[in-house]
Design a protein around this ligand. Structure first.
Ligand SMILES: O=C(O)[C@H](O)COP(=O)(O)O
Length: 309
């Protein structure tokens, strides 16, 4: 009997076709927004493919009466009750590494844009103003310190790009000490959490959302950041107190912030962000580019073909 695969969020078309050539595939990226239809579609499938929005837990998990594999088109697993899946004999397969370059490029771009400040000038320049003096205090990234909270694959690739721009890099990872091979070449300094927060000019988060990281960047830790520093969050929204961050930007304590992830996604209208200077908000897209979608989708298609063989 042909195995059945349900894909309920967007996936790169050639990878979907590759799965269709072998399996009975339902590809419907609208299902993620329709719980009852999604649960009905889960019955009898051998594999489910999700991104970060489908909550694989509770009723949805119960509806997966035959499923053996959950393919995750990304790396964060906070939308999946992994323990409950494993207890039901389901393997959870993330696309580890496949979107790391997209995230790393997003982080260094945000660091460059937020420190320099010049790209906000478009409306003024088009309107015939010439805000050259006002923008003359833009800062370079060369020589400043990038502080990474979390030094796994994405953090390490971000460090490599930042080093190429002449930044110094320090990193804290709760799972690594200074003897870890990731620090062996001496280019990135292993640091404590407080040291990263207090000394980095750009702080970038690369930790999963866990009980131990939820609320990590609360008002006190944001206040402990270096005056004028920039915060980049491509990890998970629950890690940063959004209202405290907005307040720190408005008070001028922080020099800028880029948030790609939010406590509630899609982000509802958020008055606390209105009027925040030097704030970039993006819709959970740091890990998604044409290239990464291709890599992530192709990797998950390969793993499903292997797992269902
Ligand atoms: O965990 C991830 O990799 C990011 O959330 C991106 O995942 P997505 O491509 O499923 O949005």
């Amino acid at each position: 009997m042909t195995h059945r695969i349900l894909i309920c969020e967007f996936m790169d078309a050639p990878a979907v076709e590759r799965l269709r050539a072998r399996f009975d595939v339902v590809y419907d990226p609208t299902l993620v927004d329709d719980g009852p239809r999604l649960r009905a579609a889960c019955a009898g499938v051998d594999a489910l493919v999700v991104r970060n929005r489908t909550q694989v837990r509770g009723e949805t998990l119960a509806a997966l009466d035959r499923c053996r594999v959950v393919g995750r088109l990304g790396v964060g697993l906070d939308n999946i009750d992994v323990a409950a899946c494993e207890a039901r004999g389901m393997r959870v397969i993330p696309a580890t590494g496949a979107n790391a370059l997209s995230v790393a490029e997003y982080v260094v771009t945000a660091a460059l844009v937020l420190r320099r400040g010049a790209w906000s000038a478009t409306p003024d320049v088009a309107a015939g103003k010439w805000p050259r003096n006002a923008l003359s205090s833009g800062r370079e990234v060369g020589g400043c310190t990038l502080g990474l909270i979390g030094f796994g694959g994405i953090g390490q690739l971000t460090a490599k790009l930042a080093l190429g721009l002449g930044m110094g890099v320090i990193a804290f990872d709760a799972m690594m000490d200074a003897d870890h091979p990731a620090f062996a070449d001496g280019r990135v300094a292993c640091a404590g959490l407080d040291e990263v927060i207090q000394t980095a000019d750009v702080v970038s988060l690369h930790v999963p959302l866990l009980d131990s990281t939820r609320g990590l960047f609360d008002a006190a830790r944001i206040a402990a950041m270096k005056p004028g520093a920039v915060l980049v969050n491509t990890a998970r929204g629950g890690i940063v107190d959004e209202a405290a961050l907005a307040d720190a930007l408005k008070r001028g304590h922080l020099g800028g912030a880029a948030l790609d992830v939010f406590n509630d996604e899609p982000l509802p209208r958020s008055p606390h962000f209105e009027g925040c200077p030097n704030l970039l908000l993006t819709p959970h897209i740091a890990g998604v580019t044409a290239e990464s979608n291709e890599r992530v989708s192709s990797l998950i298609a390969d793993k499903l073909i292997e797992a269902l063989a």
